[in-house]
Design a protein around this ligand. Structure first.
Ligand SMILES: [Zn+2]
Length: 306
């Protein structure tokens, strides 16, 4: 095996959807100015946190992994599942790997990540957790680090998604992303890091009570941001993508073989437009598995019903 990157850092921004493109995000814009970006990646359906984060870390859809917010709140993720997380796949390939999961929504640390892999984890509010994460990066130089910020989703629930208050919180979290990026630089590992920002789902405009929701399949709920930068990442727009593809992207970075594609199992693929690698298989349309209509066009929002 020869790793394409020694380090992968994923910053997950819960509830940011595709609204990052509407918010002031100078840090994001700078970090990914030469990176691969899309605001049209598809969430998992239903567009709920456990379903979406579970899909990203497991490479399978919600109908396969069965995780819901209640399930992950009440049960540790089985250590012998047929569908191991990225953490277990990386640990099995590289037993010495340093792994971290730093999630504001602590249910990811306990209900999605196996508890027997020596994954370093902490939880806390986004602002308080960030310096802890930065220290961890500088001191431990993790091979794989998964971060989840939750305050943007809270702002969406409180005010409606896409509202000034929601966009303002995205801008504030943008600064935290900058802190993490700078810590990666200070750790001396940036040149050998695949750095990713991804959202799990978006949400709805405010209802009569002024609150936002998600779980449905409206445009605001189902489209999310994905951005990657690192040595060899193509500059431009990522083509068709589903959040579950994060798993295949991370395995590709570590040169770990992906399981065979199977509609009842592993459906994670490396989207076109991230890595210039002709040996990658053509991207399969899985929109019939996600609740979206079949793709008919390469224009933005390519999985929309037409
Ligand atoms: Zn969420």
């Amino acid at each position: 095996m020869s790793k394409k990157y020694s380090h992968v850092i994923v910053v997950g921004i819960d509830g940011a959807g595709s609204f990052i493109k509407d918010a002031k995000t100078p840090v994001f814009d700078q970090i990914f100015k030469n990176g691969a970006v899309t605001y049209d990646a598809l969430a998992s359906n239903p567009s709920i946190s456990a379903e979406c984060w579970g899909s990203m870390l497991l490479g399978v859809g919600p109908e396969v992994h069965g995780l819901t917010n209640q399930v992950v709140s009440e049960n540790p993720y089985p250590t012998n599942s047929h569908f191991p997380t990225l953490f277990r796949r990386i640990k099995e390939a590289y037993p010495e790997a340093t792994l971290g999961a730093y999630c504001n929504w602590s249910r990811i640390n306990t209900g999605i990540v196996e508890n027997n892999l020596e994954v370093s984890h902490e939880t806390g509010g986004d602002d308080a957790l960030t310096p802890v994460i930065c220290d961890y990066i500088r001191n431990q130089k993790p091979d794989f680090l998964f971060i989840q910020f939750d305050s943007v989703d809270s702002a969406g629930h409180r005010n409606g998604y896409g509202t000034p208050a929601h966009l303002q919180r995205i801008s504030e979290v943008d600064a935290l992303v900058g802190d993490i990026y700078n810590a990666t630089k200070e750790a001396g590992i940036l040149e050998d890091t695949l750095f990713i920002v991804i959202a799990d789902h978006g949400g709805t405009p405010p209802d009569e009570g002024g609150r936002g929701h998600h779980g449905g399949w409206s445009v605001g709920e189902r489209y999310v941001t994905f951005a990657a930068t690192g040595r060899g990442v193509a500059k431009g727009t990522v083509a068709e993508m589903n959040v579950r593809d994060l798993a295949a992207i991370v395995l590709y970075a570590f040169d770990i073989q992906t399981p065979e594609f199977c509609e009842k199992g592993w459906t994670s693929q490396v989207p076109e437009g991230i890595f210039a690698d002709d040996s990658l298989p053509a991207y399969r349309d899985i929109s019939h598995l996600t609740g979206a209509a079949p793709r008919v066009s390469k224009e933005p929002h390519t999985s929309e019903l037409v």
